[in-house]
Design a protein around this ligand. Structure first.
Ligand code: DC
Length: 230
């Protein structure tokens, strides 16, 4: 880490897929005027690049080199974040179930994770960073000023995902989504390296019965408190 980045404040929001952490982290970053890291997008980008190069999901060596050399750029356009992979816009299929499953599998490889560490830490720039993922508070930014672990029941997460995809006009099956979510939870939580677990100093928030606004408010309150106690 460069010297000037040492004191840059970071808020981490970790949790399983569908807990709402992406939306919440983005809102928080926008409100604070801070940078935003969607670390899952990096794993998804490695998955997309691997699939288009026909690299096998079990080829850790090739996947690690790919993650190392990934040509990716994040930018903002009028209607949100845009991502360029190898100079081409990609957005839509980054969130598909196929990419979700592939990225969750390759995220278990130490070579893939190691290749992405510096890329993630490089997002830490003044005035601050809100980082969303699985290991933001435990591995990537262990010195974060505020760590949130956001969870929700698998049923609630499947319902949210179902609604999201339906709203986009995709045909989806709720019980299949539920099974996929459980499978991904199991894989993300049980892997040997950087598993999905709350950091010892994380605030755990269960959003099953909470609206996005409720969660954002709660995090703001925690942030105000952590600001005055520092
Ligand atoms: O947050 P997401 O659903 O977009 O993440 C996609 C996959 O990437 C997820 O199944 C696990 C992996 N991931 C990870 O292992 N570590 C992170 N910090 C973020 C995502």
């Amino acid at each position: 880490m460069a010297d000037h980045e040492m004191g840059v404040p970071v808020i981490t929001i970790d949790g399983p897929g569908g807990s709402g952490k992406g939306t919440i982290a983005m809102r928080l970053a926008e409100h604070l005027g801070w940078h935003f890291l969607d670390s899952g997008a990096l794993y998804r980008l490695v998955a997309v690049a691997a699939m288009s190069r026909e690299i096998a999901v079990e080829d850790e060596q090739a996947l690690g080199s790919l993650a190392e050399s990934l040509d990716v750029n994040f930018g903002v356009s009028g209607d949100g974040m845009v991502i360029l992979l190898d100079g081409n816009y990609i957005t839509g299929h980054l969130r598909s179930e196929e990419v979700s499953a592939f990225s969750s599998e390759i995220a278990a490889f130490p070579l893939v994770r190691a290749a992405l560490v510096q890329r993630q830490r490089a997002f830490r720039k003044p005035p601050g960073l809100v980082a969303d993922g699985r290991d933001m508070g435990t591995v990537i930014f262990p010195d974060a000023m505020l760590k949130i672990f956001l969870t929700a029941s698998a049923e609630a997460r499947a319902q949210r995902r179902y609604k999201q995809l339906k709203d986009k006009g995709e045909s989806v099956n709720l019980s299949r989504l539920f099974r996929e979510i459980k499978k991904r939870d199991e894989r993300d939580s049980s892997r040997a390296i950087a598993p999905l677990v709350p950091a010892a100093d994380a605030h755990v928030i269960d959003s099953t019965e909470m609206s996005i606004n409720d969660v954002v408010q709660k995090i703001h309150n925690l942030h105000d408190k952590s600001d005055t106690s520092n």
